[in-house]
Design a protein around this ligand. Sequence first.
Ligand SMILES: NC(=O)N[C@@H](CC(=O)O)C(=O)O
Ligand SMILES: [Zn+2]
Ligand SMILES: [Zn+2]
Length: 345
Amino acid sequence: MTDRLTIRRPDDWHVHLRDGAMLELVAQHTARQFARAIIMPNLTPPVTDAAAARAYRDRILAALPADAGFTPLMTCYLTDGADAEAIAAAHAEGVFTACKLYPAHATTNSAHGVTDIFALAPVLERMQAIGMPLLIHGEVTDKDIDIFDREAVFIERTLAKLVRDFPALKIVLEHITTAEAAQYVAEAPANVAATITPQHLIINRNAIFDGGIRPHAYCLPVAKREGHRLAVRKAAVSGSAKFFLGTDSAPHVVEAKESSCGCAGIFNAPFALESYLKVFDEEGALDRFEAFTSENGARFYGLPLNEGTVTLERVAHRVPDRVGDDTLSVVPFHAGETLGWRMVA
Ligand SMILES: NC(=O)N[C@@H](CC(=O)O)C(=O)O
Ligand SMILES: [Zn+2]
Ligand SMILES: [Zn+2]
């Protein structure tokens, strides 16, 4: 039995670091485990231009020790007014790594999201020409569509057409949750990939209703039935270069989660690698862990692999009930549970 695993330093290709006091609380957890991370732009107001992205990147770096060795990769929140020229210029300067598409009203802070993605054709064409990835929260927002079907319907109605119209555009379908998404991405051309979160590998929708309503198991896209979890797990450990790590760590203060209208989002940053490793271990796929955590994403984005390593050991430890203090407190994924692996260096 393997009890110690050393891998190339990994990257998180989808994380919400928030701002202000929350940023101060959570950034260290991501920076401890990951060399780089794709920073989601859904602040209020969202990060839609280079000046805002530069300022946000500076706030992230200021929230970390000088020797953190962490690189935030910034993203542009697409709106109906997105400008191809400005986005391409910010990409050329190294300010924006990618653009993020939130269908309007699909998820947390997406009120300014895009109402018709095909109206942004000039932006998408430009992104395609310069090799800039489009990151998609892939859910339709039509209230007539059952919430558990919103991802599959998005693939059918929107993603398939995007891939046809922009055949060379790099597209990441973020936080996939369904068998349909896993299959679509696996069969799509090489320029279409997907991120997978720890929670969608570990919980199914029963976790949200386990003996009562469980707000800390609620995120978007919402966890699906067991067959979907198994399909997503299979994709993650398959060894396919199209699937890579993206935690979607999305902290909300405990009061915002435990509410009559609780926010969507799971804060998994403190033990993200341990969560993923539990899955790869259970699936007998330890030999495929490093590609998923530290290679596939970088290669897809066309970025160099990281130098350095991290080491995880097989040691049982209990995940705390809360992270933070009385003024700002977040419930982490796995709160109160015992995990079997721990990052030690
Ligand atoms: N995943 C979530 O449930 N929430 C994210 C937004 C998102 O990634 O959709 C958030 O910002 O809180
Ligand atoms: Zn999302
Ligand atoms: Zn997210």
